[in-house]
Design a protein around this ligand. Structure first.
Ligand code: SAM
Length: 269
């Protein structure tokens, strides 16, 4: 078999299934909105600083931020654009994003409630389209195509590099097989097969979603990421926590790398 024989979009979907990445509804993200505003959206966070630094803003007046969450990118970048558009399917994420925009005194932030899978006809085409940490979608080919079509100049997307969302030691401790998710490789290959030759760079950041201050928080984070835990897994998790947790030291994976996959808009049709 040679590379041209591989359907990377289909392989990505099979890999997602193997990694047990079940489709999450907007309710899941609604519950995370307040904590993500604190832990993921600080404009001084190195991830956000690196993301903004990698963007070429030449000639760009408008920004589309797909899966904007609490506004991590669109609010941090708002003062560099005439208008920014934040899009997310979670109503609560948009509420938090709107509140933050008001607190920051930003008058050029437009928010729309849409999913990756929805019709985007009423979402404005913008000079730059970004999707930050929001690319773990069911259909990667459709998502990358939509972003390209909604950009006039350039597209910036970040994807997981190789990690599981939870520290592999924890996954082994509860008796599950560790399946990594090198999502960016699929993004690059799916784009290549669409006729887009993206560039790749890397951002290293702390895991901003995991909580392990108490056992209850820890169990909640692990269970949420793994799509639920059986009784036996929960007992094994408790044992792992009790034997490994040290006061003041994080137990969940500390380091997460993101790949920035970016390209100049390509006329595909
Ligand atoms: C990990 S957060 C990233 C938020 C923000 N972009 C950042 O970098 O901090 C993922 C975001 O994608 C959104 N999301 C997940 N699946 C989505 C879908 N199918 N359609 C629209 N938004 C989605 C979630 O609601 C959440 O706000």
């Amino acid at each position: 078999m040679i590379i041209e024989d591989v359907d990377f979009a289909a392989m990505y979907q099979a890999h997602l299934k193997k990694a047990n990445r079940s489709h999450k509804t907007s309710d899941h993200w609604d519950k995370r909105a307040e904590e993500m505003a604190v832990s993921c959206a600080n404009p001084n966070d190195p991830y956000i600083r690196d993301f903004l630094a990698m963007m070429d803003l030449t000639g760009a007046d408008t920004l589309l931020d797909m899966g904007c969450g609490p506004g991590s990118i669109c609010l941090a970048a708002a003062d560099r654009f005439e208008q920014v558009y934040g899009v997310d399917y979670s109503a609560q994420m948009l509420t938090v994003c709107r509140r933050r925009a008001v607190q920051l005194g930003l008058g050029n932030v437009n928010l729309l409630q849409r999913a990756w899978e929805d019709d985007w006809q009423d979402i404005p085409v913008c000079d730059i389209a970004v999707a930050s940490r929001s690319t773990l979608v069911g259909d990667l080919h459709a998502a990358m195509y939509k972003l390209n079509q909604h950009a006039r100049l350039r597209v910036y997307t970040t994807h997981t590099v190789s990690p599981t969302f939870i520290d592999p030691r924890i996954i082994r401790a509860i008796g599950r097989e560790v399946v990594t998710l090198p999502n960016y490789l699929y993004a690059v290959t799916v784009l290549e097969q669409m006729g887009i030759h993206p560039k790749v760079d890397y951002i290293t950041s702390l895991n901003c979603q995991g909580r392990d201050n108490s056992y209850e928080d820890f169990e909640h984070s692990v269970s949420w990421s793994l799509g639920g835990l059986s009784e036996a897994e929960t007992m094994a998790l408790r044992q792992f926590y009790d034997s490994h947790k040290q006061p003041g030291k994080p137990l969940l994976a500390g380091d997460r790398s993101w790949a920035m996959v970016y390209w100049d808009k390509v006329d595909l049709d």
